[in-house]
Every structure is written in C-alpha cells, then in structure tokens.
Ligand binder design. Structure first.
Ligand code: ADP
Ligand code: MG
Length: 666
C-alpha cells in the first residue's frame, strides 16, 4: 500500500493565460461544466463496467451504478459523485495535473486567433477544467477500484496551483466539489441545476440522482388521498434522466407506442407525429437516431423542427446544420453519432468529408423511407402527403440528390382530390385532348415581356409546352374550378408558399412543361367557336369594348369579349401567368409601390361573356344610363373574385349595389 505524499505544485504552463481565453470563449454556455463533469462520472462507470465484463473485478450483488449531484444553495457549492473506476494518486497527476491541462493548452493554442468566433461545437476537450468557468475552488476526493490504493484529495484555486494529499473517501469512486463564483451562484439553485442537467444529460447512460442538501428534510410522506400507503417503488427517488433512450434499442424491438411516447418526452409535443425513421447503422460509421415527421399546420405554424445531436448519449447541440442537411431541420428528431469530430470548429466540420458522408447517409435514408412508403403503402403516403409535401419540396429545392431520388414520388392533388404524379396528370390531359379534338392542352407559349418571372429561357420561345393547370386558392378560384370541371379539364392544387419556387424548379428542369394558374387565361375549351365572318359579333365586341373602357375611364384596360359556354358567367378577370408571378415576386421583395406597368403591363384582362344577357343588354342599349351601371358592376364583380377592392372602390360598389336593388322595389 502506497501513501499519498503531500504534494504541491503549479499547474504547469501559463494557466493564467488559459482561463481568461477559455472563459471568454465559453461565455455563452458556462452551464456545460455540468455536462463535462457528469459525463466524466458516466465514463468512469462505463470503464468499471468493462472491467467487470472482462472479469477483472467482481462487484457486490447490490452494486447500483449512479451519479449523484448535490447542490447547496446556502454554501454555493455543487458536488458530483460517481461510483466509477476512481483515480489513484498517479492517475490524478497524470490525467488531471498534466493531460487535462495540456488538453486545455492545446485547445487555446489552436484557437487563440479565432477567439471571437463561437465555433467549437461541443467545446469538447476541455472536460474537467470547465469547472473553473464557474468555480474559484475545485476539490477532488477519489478512491481507485484498486483496493490497495489510498484515497486521494486534490484541491486547486483558480486552476493555477494545486495541493494533493491523502483523501477521506472510503468507497470506490470520485467526488468533485465546486465552490462557485459569485456570478455563478445560480447553478446551485435546485431548479436551475435540474434544468441544465436535463438539457445536457437527459440521455446519459447512467442514472443521475439529484439532491438539494439545504432543502428541509421531508417528513414522513403524507398518506395518499385514497388512504393507501405509497409502495416502496413510489418512495424511491427517481433519476433525472433516461439512461436507455429509444434510439439505442433495435428498431425491431420498439413498439409504435414507444416511438410516440419518446416523441412526447423529448419534444413536449402532444400532437402525434405522422411517422418516423429509425436510423441504425454500425458500419462504416456509427450512427443511431430517430427522425419524426411532425404534423404541420401550415396556416399557423412555421415549418421549423429540432434535430438534437448527441455523441454517446451526451447532448451536443440542437440543429447543427453542418452535420444535418438543412432541409431535415424541419423534422423533429435525435441523432447520436459518437464518431463525429466534435473538437473542431464548425467551419472545419462543414468541409469534413466524413461529416458530409454522414449527412448524405441521413438524406438517403429519408428518401428511401419516403419512396418505399409511396411504393408499398401508397394509401398512407397519400394520407400524409399534404403534411409532408412542403417538407419534401423544400428538400428538393435544397438538395439535388434528394430531388433526384424523390422525382417519381412527387404527388399532385387534383380537382377531385385524387393524388397523381405529374406523369399521370399529363397523360390524362393528353387523353382528354385526344377525345375532344377542339381542345389541346399543349399550347403555344410565348415568352412574355416580363420574362423575369417566367423562368423560361429565350430559346424556349414558341416551343410547344405541356400546360399543367394549377389552383392556389380553391375559394378565390372557385369560378374557374367550376368552369374547368364543366369542360372536363383537370388542374392540380398547389396551395403552399413553397409551391411557387418548386414549380419554377420543375419548369427549369423539364423544359417541355409549363405551369399555369387556372385563372391565367381562358382556355379554348371554355369558348364557343366564332366564325371570323360573323359581322354582328365583331360589331358587338368592338362596341362593348369601347363602351366599357369609356365608362370605367380605363383606356388602357384590356377587354376581351368571348362566347363562353358557361352562360352563368358574365364577367371575369384573367391575369397572365408571367404577370402574376412577377407581382408575387414584387410582393416578396416588398416592392408594393412599384408600378407593374414598368415591367410590361399589369397583365389583367377583363373577359366579358358575349352570350350573357347583361352583356347583350349593354350592346343594345349602349347610350343608356343602365348600360353604364351594368358595365361598372360587371367590372367590380369580376375584380372582387380576383383580388380585394380598394376601400373607395368598395364603397362605390356597395352604393351601386344598393341602388340596383332599389330598382327591385319600384
Ligand atoms: P476527457 O474526459 O475528454 O478524457 P477530461 O478533462 O474530462 O477529459 O478528463 C480528464 C481525465 O481525468 C479523464 O480522461 C479521466 O481519466 C480522468 N477523470 C476525470 N473525471 C473522472 C472521474 N469522475 N472518475 C475517474 N476519472 C476521471
Ligand atoms: Mg471528460
């Protein structure tokens, strides 16, 4: 049995220079000392478990692995106790006095020039010495598992000098006490301490118990309301953490309820996730995790998820976009990857080939899950589609590989609520066109002047394109939807903000298709044929057009008189696809005040149905006051279903409507 010689020393290298830098660096998360010290305790226990497995040691029956955190708000101290492997005097010298310090020094050497960038992922490598971020004095009381070795006491003020002597600990393990600095007293507060421990240590592999030594000792537990004594189990203190997170189990052994429960526990989200992917990989790197597709409520919530990153069940950080593909950050989930190089800067992570492989693997797994579901469980896939499609489209915009993998599994909901692939839609459109020879959905598309918004290249000009009609707002575009249905035409619903950039991408990649909103123009299918020679018709269109422009005082307004098959429609506004996309873009860039004609006209056309009695009336009574009132009313009504009227326009419209109703009373 060797004695611990009293020893004093200076902790080598200029530690006075180290701590100011470390402190500055870690300024924003001083609280990680909890993670470092508790994970050291867990590591010490893991080492002990290994020795047991190897048959090097035998442990008593009642041995129970645990880390205990005790706080004393009155003394402003924190003590962290483990029953792990412990340290001999030699080990304290080697691992604490030398290694840990040189680790800290190497850290500073490496990053001293970048001390302002907060870029060290987990601040790993600082380990034990992170205690000095919050404490002016730290003591260690440790006893090695080697029975001959005496207990060791170590103490250091400010991490500059240390003293070592024989310790008082009689049981195997290590006890570390922090005497907190005044500005860190908060960490000895029970609630603050628990909060931090739960944040970083929630899934650490050893049970963590908590004790506030200043809290009044609990009297005999009051009897439960129903008069029954609490059972032994209920009285036993519960650990703060869950040492066996679900991702560590084999996917075959996890039940649906366990996945849902885990989701609630981790994200405190009580809406059920739609489905999930359990990642479980050992080769060529170690990666485990569970990714959940949450149910999104598009109208009220942002698409924003959380991916928690762990290394061997130790929490590193949320949403590290260097490791996790950006679009996956819309999901909720946990990823544990012990192989990640966490002691490097974030910018280094970004350029790390290994990290890229991890990120590619995750992307591939997600694409595999989705395509597999589309192939094998098409019904569920369709059921989830509305919820998951914004996410998938975002992924397609962000990641070409993902886009390529998902290409055949992108669905489009049509007017009947059926889910089609783009191919299905085009095939049906072509068939419909074949049956009805007057209509062909492929039309000549010219590049409008405002090709800014069109997305098409100049070379495409005049090419035949397959038109894909779409609806962005079922209520607003209901008039058109009805006309489409009557004409036996179909359209797809694209109602999310992500859809505009997504269809631009599709058009860019598939030069033969062109998306056109349902109200962008009147397709030939809605119109009756008009013989060129019809003199009467020509006269009607010219007269009515003139009349409308004059009455409304809008000389520049584009007016078209058509013979519409649907006799209920008297007037409507169409807005060309290019103009609308450009207007949307201007809105996006806050160019509200800009005059759209700067970019080649506002693209709005007033369409009047020459078959409608009101329009016929205007033609036949062009000089009358009634004809003017009808023109104004037809314009406002068409406008109303196109976009909101300006306040003064609305006032006029209401007055005029009332006047018209008054006529009914006469
Ligand atoms: P790291 O954990 O990355 O090795 P640390 O600075 O956290 O770096 O710890 C340095 C070393 O000190 C550890 O590797 C271990 O050998 C020893 N050590 C620290 N805490 C304990 C503990 N609670 N029990 C046993 N050994 C410990
Ligand atoms: Mg450590």
């Amino acid at each position: 049995m060797s004695n611990v010689m009293e020893e004093k020393g200076s902790l080598s290298i200029n530690s006075e220079n180290i701590f100011p830098i470390i402190k500055k660096w870690l300024y924003s998360d001083h609280d990680i000392f909890f993670r470092e010290l508790i994970s050291n305790g867990c590591d010490a226990i893991t080492k002990m478990k290994k020795l047991e497995i190897m048959g090097e040691v035998s442990l008593p029956e009642d041995n129970e692995w645990k880390v205990t955190v005790k706080v004393s708000p009155e003394e402003s101290t924190i003590t962290i106790i483990d029953n792990g492997i412990g340290m001999t005097a030699e080990e304290v010298k080697q691992y604490i006095n030398q290694i840990a310090f040189s680790g800290a020094q190497a850290f500073v050497e490496k990053y001293k020039d970048k001390a302002n960038e907060d870029c060290i992922i987990g601040h790993f490598g600082l380990g034990f010495y992170s205690a000095f971020m919050v404490a002016h004095k730290v003591t260690i009381n440790t006893k090695s598992y080697k029975e001959d070795e005496p207990s060791v006491y170590w103490e250091s003020e400010e991490g500059v000098d240390f003293v070592m002597s024989e310790g008082s600990r009689t049981e195997r393990g290590t006890e570390i006490t922090l005497y907190l600095n005044e500005d860190s007293y908060e960490f000895s507060n029970e609630y603050r301490a628990k909060e931090v421990i739960e944040k970083y240590c929630y899934f650490m592999p050893t049970p963590i118990y908590f004790e506030n030594v200043d809290a009044p000792k609990k009297e005999e537990e009051p009897k439960a309301e129903d008069g029954e004594e609490k059972t032994e189990e209920e009285k036993k203190p519960q650990p703060l953490n869950n040492p066996n997170p679900l991702w560590t189990k084999h996917p075959n052994e996890c039940t649906e309820e366990e996945y849902k429960q885990f989701f609630r526990d981790v994200f405190h989200d009580y809406k059920e996730p739609l489905f999930w992917i359990h990642l479980n990989m050992d080769y060529p790197f170690n990666l485990k995790g569970i990714l959940y597709f949450p149910k999104v409520n598009m109208e009220y919530e942002n698409l924003e998820g959380t991916i928690k990153l762990y290394s061997n069940q130790v929490f590193i950080a949320d949403n590290i976009k260097e490791v996790i593909p950006e679009f996956l950050l819309l999901l909720k989930g946990v990823i544990d990857c012990p192989d990640l190089p966490l002691n490097v800067s974030r910018s280094a992570l970004q350029n790390d080939g290994f990290v890229k492989k991890i990120s590619d693997y995750i992307t591939k797994k997600v694409a595999d899950k989705l395509s597999g579901m589309c192939k094998v469980e098409r019904e569920s896939y369709e059921k989830y589609w509305d919820d998951i499609s914004p996410f998938i489209k975002y992924g397609c915009l962000k990641d070409d590989k993902f886009c390529e993998k998902m290409k055949e599994y992108m669905l489009f909901k049509n007017l009947e609520g059926k889910y089609l692939t783009l191919e299905d839609y085009i095939k049906a459109a072509k068939e419909a066109a074949g049956e009805d020879s007057t209509e062909t959905p492929a039309v000549e598309v010219e590049n409008a002047d405002g090709s800014l918004a069109g997305g098409g290249d100049d070379e495409d000009s005049g090419e035949k394109k397959q038109i894909v009609y779409y609806v962005t707002d079922e209520r607003q575009q209901s008039q058109y939807i009805n006309m489409f249905k009557e004409a036996g035409l179909d359209a797809v619903l694209l109602t999310h903000n992500i859809d505009q950039p997504y269809i631009s991408k599709l058009e860019y990649e598939n030069k033969e298709i062109r998306f056109q909103r349902i109200d962008a123009d009147l397709t030939e299918a809605f119109k009756e044929d008009v013989a060129e020679s019809e003199e009467d018709w020509k006269k009607l269109t010219e007269t009515v057009t003139e009349m409308v422009k004059k009455t409304l005082g809008k000389e520049k307004l584009t007016v078209k008189v058509e013979k519409l098959k649907n006799e209920k429609v008297a007037s409507m506004i169409t807005l060309s696809e290019d103009s609308r996309r450009m207007q949307d873009m201007m809105k996006m860039y806050n160019m509200y005040g800009t005059d759209p004609s700067m970019f080649g006209g506002d693209g709005e056309t007033l369409v009047l149905n020459g078959n409608h009695p009101l329009v016929k009336y205007v033609f036949e009574h062009k000089k009358s006051k009634n004809a003017s009132v009808i023109c104004e009313q037809l314009y406002d009504l068409a406008m109303l279903s196109h976009k909101p009227l300006a306040p003064e326009e609305m006032t006029k419209f209401i007055e005029r409507s009332n006047e018209i109703m008054l006529l009914l009373t006469k």
